[in-house]
Design a protein around this ligand. Sequence first.
Ligand code: HEC
Length: 110
Amino acid sequence: MKARAILCLALIFTGAVLASAANVRTSWLMNCSECHGKDGRGRTPEGKRIKITDLSDKRVQASFTDEQAFRIIKRGLKDDDGPVMHPSDYRLTDDEIRELVQYLRKFPKR
Ligand code: HEC
């Protein structure tokens, strides 16, 4: 009986982790990939047009901290020509933003 309860909890937990992994991927695809690309390399028409950085490049990854990435995603980003990332375009909670930061950190390894 006890073993069954533990197994059951384990399954629920795995399910939750998998669901969250799927959500962050969906969130990346829906909100970010148009510019940054599915793989973070930014080889999209929009990414090329705005000459986006390659998030699969370790040097690019080293150029910002998790904290800075969080702020960029939350508040948006401007360059000399104006806003390049519009925070209001993505309705993300702080937790979802943190998950996205962890997600994009893995691009160099994919
Ligand atoms: C409209 C195009 C666009 C969308 C959509 C977009 N970004 Fe960006 N993002 C940019 C540009 C442009 C930069 C600046 C790149 C640079 O420094 O040249 C940038 C920079 C970043 C950076 C800082 C890294 C760097 O190279 O400076 C992070 C982190 C980031 N974006 C994450 C995200 C996440 C997460 C999403 C989805 C929620 C997202 N972006 C959606 C255009 C976009």
